[in-house]
Each structure stands twice: as structure tokens, then as C-alpha cells.
Design a protein around this ligand. Structure first.
Ligand SMILES: *Cc1c(COP(=O)(O)O)cnc(C)c1O
Length: 375
């Protein structure tokens, strides 16, 4: 059994993917080939925004936004404590200060009450200027949109939606990638929409921001690549990756999104009342980057993982350590007592195999091991 089965997906789309890759090689348009622009257009349409700016990976997508918004030393950026390192890294990378915020125990996304408290405290502290809220759509579930918008308006903050895991999800039809002032995603192979290497994208309705990002990602270009009007970076999506993504985006929209939600229902039927399964609020739709259950204790979680492992069932712990406990952030000297939920989640969560090609028999096998262990 695979945790995320990229081989089955390839077998199903082998002919189309091979043809797409071969076309790029035959045309030798490895950088900036027509597939890149075509993909950007298709992605923007699917997400429902005006602009999609492709780039090298999901981390750079966020870094580019930090650059475009001129986030720097003395600025505070609010980041959930329960996320992949990258979400906080890009803030420190700019010399700004990530202010970690605890998450909600059911959605695993930023706790909006604690977010407001953290903003108030930062203002009172008088050392940092609040600038941006990064909302992460963790494990595929979009973060609490109305509340975050309200708070951003109240304190006049920008919102960045880190949808590396959320691509494909929505809230009452409004797609992940369309929330906030700008959103980012990652095409790392294991993400909901993955390519065959690294890739990323930014989404926004803001024309001016789009112009700035398109300059920053090409060495701060002005009229052209050899006219440089600002300091930028080199961050692009290869044509081969764009060609692969065009095939995979079609499969993603046609059936893969619905298939992961089908797998969610199969798990839910078998595990409800047995263990805490993912909570999807009314009107929310997850792209199930991960299917994550919550156990009662660290001991129980670790033992269950061992049991699964013995049966040849892969599982993962996302995330083993809260952001505020990462050595790289020790200089921030934050108090551990502000992160009760994240601390508990890191000890008790377990992500099970989840992908569009998972079979009912496989779900059955996973659930049998869990039921046998917990009974
Ligand atoms: C994967 C991920 C990223 C980074 O994406 P890369 O393409 O690997 O740079 C950022 N944020 C979250 C929440 C992620 O899961």
C-alpha cells in the first residue's frame, strides 16, 4: 500500500504525460515554453482569480509576496504554529518576525480568537508593526475565511493564503487560492496537485501586484530580462513541469478531487465512533492533502503507528514539532504555554494513506488494524 500513490496515477495517464513531456523536448522550449502560460491561464480559471504567476516552488511563491509587499525587519507576520516550516521561514528570511498563533483542535487551522489576541499583544508591545496574516489551509481544509477577513480588515492587515495543501478545496464554492490579497500553492509531487519535481504558483486579483511579481521572479526585470529595475530572484516553473501539470490538472478536476472525498467517506463510515476523524465544517470542502486522525495520547499514537507498520501500512506524523519549538526559531523566545493545542496535536495526530487511487479494500485493511488496536 502506498501513502500517496503517484505510480498508479502515472500508469493511468502514462500516454498523455509521456506525449506532453516529449513535445517539450522536441520543441526544446525548456524555459518559458507555451505550456507555462497555458497552465497559468487554466489554473487562474479553475481557482476563479484574474492572475496566476507560476514560480519555482511553494516556498518561493510566498517569499516573492514578502518581497513584493516589502516585509522587513520590524514587521510582524502572524503564522499558525501547526504547519510546515516554510510558512514561518519565509518571514524570518526577510528579517521580519513570525508571530506564531495556536490552532483550533478540530480544524487544525489558525485559532481566530488567539489570532486577534496575538495582534492586540503585538500592538501593545510596541516593538513590531503588524503587517500580514498567513492563513494555512492545513491538510486540504480551507482556513476560517469570514473570521480571518474580519480581523484583517479591523487591523488593516494583508492576508496571504498558504494553500500548498489546500489547492482544490473550497468554502461554499469559493475556491482555495482565491482567499486574501494573494494566495500561493506548491506543486511538490505529494501535494494535491503535484508535478514531477518542484513547482509553485501565486494567485491574485491585484493587477499591480501581478506586474511586480512578474518582475521580481525574473531578476527584477523592467522592459526585459536585461533591463533590471529592482533586485529580484530567478524563480520559474520549467516547461516540462507545466506540461505534466496540464495533464494532471484535467484529471484533478475530472475525478481526483471527488475521489479523495470518496476515500474520506469510506474512512469515516468505518472509523466514526472509534477514533477522532477529520472535521469538515458545513459548506467546507477539503482536497485531503492528508487524512489525519487524532489519538488520545502520544503512547497510543506511536503504538498504533507501529501496529500499522507491522502490517505494511504506511502512515506519517505531520507535524512532529510545533513551529515555536524549532531550533531555528529559538531566538524568538516565545512562551510554550500559548500553544497548548499545537503541542497536543503534535503528540497525537497520525496521517493515514490518502490519495485518489486508494481502493476500498485498502481502506478496509487500514481500518481493521485501527479497530483491532483500539478495542
Ligand atoms: C509544502 C508546503 C510548502 C512549501 O512548498 P514547496 O513547494 O515544497 O516549497 C509551504 N507551506 C505548506 C503548508 C506546505 O505544506
Amino acid at each position: 500500500m502506498e501513502f500517496r500513490d503517484l505510480k498508479s496515477q502515472y500508469r493511468q495517464y502514462k500516454q498523455e504525460i509521456d506525449t506532453a513531456i516529449n513535445n517539450v523536448i522536441s520543441n526544446a522550449a525548456f524555459i518559458g515554453g507555451k505550456e507555462v502560460k497555458e497552465l497559468e491561464k487554466e489554473l487562474a480559471e479553475f481557482v476563479g482569480v484574474k492572475h496566476c504567476i507560476s514560480c519555482a516552488n511553494g516556498t518561493e511563491a510566498m517569499t516573492l509576496l514578502m518581497m513584493a509587499w516589502d516585509i522587513k525587519e520590524g514587521d510582524a507576520v502572524f503564522v499558525p504554529d501547526f504547519t510546515f516550516f516554510s510558512t514561518g521561514e519565509i518571514v524570518s528570511f526577510r528579517g521580519a518576525t513570525p508571530v506564531f498563533v495556536d490552532v483550533d483542535k478540530d480544524t487544525f487551522n489558525i485559532d481566530t480568537k488567539k489570532l486577534e489576541l496575538a495582534i492586540e499583544r503585538t500592538i501593545e508591545g510596541g516593538k513590531l508593526t503588524p503587517k500580514v496574516i498567513i492563513r494555512v489551509d492545513l491538510f486540504g481544509l480551507p482556513a476560517n475565511y469570514p473570521e480571518i477577513e474580519r480581523i484583517a480588515k479591523k487591523y488593516n492587515l494583508l492576508v496571504l493564503e498558504d494553500s500548498a495543501q489546500g489547492f482544490g478545496g473550497h468554502i461554499f464554492g469559493k475556491r482555495a487560492g482565491s482567499f486574501g490579497n494573494a494566495a500561493t500553492t506548491s506543486f511538490f509531487p505529494g501535494k494535491p496537485l503535484g508535478c514531477y519535481g518542484d513547482g509553485g504558483a501565486i494567485f491574485t486579483n491585484d493587477d499591480e501586484l501581478t506586474g511586480l511579481l512578474n518582475s521580481l521572479k525574473v531578476h527584477g526585470k523592467g522592459e526585459n530580462k536585461y533591463d533590471n529595475v529592482r533586485i529580484g530572484v530567478n524563480s520559474r516553473l520549467d516547461t516540462i513541469q507545466a506540461a505534466v501539470l496540464k495533464v494532471k490538472l484535467k484529471a484533478f478536476i475530472d475525478h481526483e478531487l471527488e475521489d479523495v472525498n470518496r476515500v474520506n467517506r469510506l474512512y469515516h463510515e468505518r472509523l466514526k465512533g472509534v477514533v477522532k476523524t477529520p472535521y469538515i465544517p458545513e459548506g467546507y470542502y477539503s482536497s485531503f492533502a492528508q487524512y489525519t486522525i487524532t489519538l488520545d495520547s502520544k503512547g497510543q499514537r506511536d503504538e498504533l503507528q507501529e501496529n500499522l507498520n507491522e502490517q505494511g501500512i504506511p502512515s506519517m506524523v505531520y507535524y512532529i514539532k510545533p513551529m515555536h519549538k524549532q531550533q531555528a526559531f529559538s531566538y524568538l523566545e516565545v512562551s510554550d504555554k500559548d500553544f497548548k493545542t499545537t503541542n497536543t496535536l503534535c503528540d497525537t495526530v497520525l496521517s493515514l494513506p490518502m490519495h485518489p487511487y486508494l481502493l476500498e479494500e485498502e481502506v478496509e485493511k487500514v481500518c481493521e488494524v485501527i479497530k483491532n488496536y483500539l478495542k
